[in-house]
Structure formats: C-alpha cells, structure tokens
Design a protein around this ligand. Structure first.
Ligand code: DQA
Length: 146
C-alpha cells in the first residue's frame, strides 16, 4: 500500500481561483490537489487532503496523522504567521513537514514575513504558485526515499 502524505490547506484557501487571483492565481484548490495527487501517484505515494478554516480542525488532522501518515505538506494560510498551536502540533509529528505557500510571503506585507511554522518544517516552498504543490510532493518523495 502507498505511503500517505497528508496535504493540509488552511483558512481561505477554499476560495482559491476567486480570491485575489493576481496574487494566488486562477486555479482552484481542487486543481492544486489534483496536481499534487498526480505527482504523488508518479512517486508511489497517496495524497490525503483536508481544507479547514478552523485552527482546531487542522490541529486534529495533524495529531491524527501521527504514526499513520509518512509526511505532511501544509499551507497554513494566515495561521502561518501566528499559530503556535499548529507549530506545536507539527513538532509532535515524526515525519517530514513541508511548508507550502503559493505566493512569496517574504516579498509581501511585513506581517507576513514571520512564519511560526518554518522552525518546525523540514523545508519551505514559497512563491511558485500552483507548481509548488508538485514541488512539495517531489521533495517529500525524495525525503522518504532516503
Ligand atoms: C498564503 C500566504 C499567507 O500569507 C496568506 O495568509 C494565505 C495564503 C500563500 O499560499 O501564499 O492565505 O499561505
């Protein structure tokens, strides 16, 4: 059976395609999840995706991934910048964690320059738009093959 990679999408990412397309692109979240799933399939992995606008739901998903999922790819949306609770949940996960952003938060407003997720991420992919989803899966596949 394929190893499961948990792909988590935080608040407002359900609006992708409609919300600020000049920043986040015209593709929907479903488009990105499909691209991630296709790449995962090519790498012999399986994607399990959940989106939530609720911090507690995301934390529950991370906790439920312990000893069940091989890796986590997470775009925490605005929680990136202040959710120490998501930070702590990810710190308790034993596998690789990839932090993913469509835009490059470091090139945007100053409040987006801080990520409380980065210190517990194995690596971070930012600024490549939708292509970042495939890059993140590829990164995870390489980490798991080590
Ligand atoms: C984002 C960047 C965050 O600053 C923002 O709050 C988002 C999306 C991104 O993918 O570029 O909701 O995580």
């Amino acid at each position: 059976m394929s190893q499961i990679v948990l792909l988590l999408s935080g608040p407002n990412l359900n609006l992708l395609g409609d919300r600020a397309p000049e920043v986040y692109g015209a593709e929907s979240l479903d488009d990105h999840v499909s691209a991630a799933a296709a790449m995962a399939d090519r790498c012999g992995l399986a994607i399990e995706h959940h989106q939530s606008n609720d911090e507690a739901v995301l934390i529950d998903r991370i906790q439920q991934a312990r000893r069940r999922c091989a890796a986590i790819i997470i775009n925490p949306g605005a929680f990136t910048h202040y959710s120490w609770a998501i930070h702590d949940a990810l710190a308790a996960f034993e596998g690789p964690v990839v932090e993913l952003h469509l835009s490059n938060p470091n090139a945007r407003e100053p409040w987006r320059h801080t990520s409380v997720i980065s210190p517990v991420a194995t690596g971070t992919i930012v600024g490549f738009g939708g292509h970042g989803y495939e890059l993140a899966v590829e990164a995870v596949a390489r980490l798991l093959a080590r």
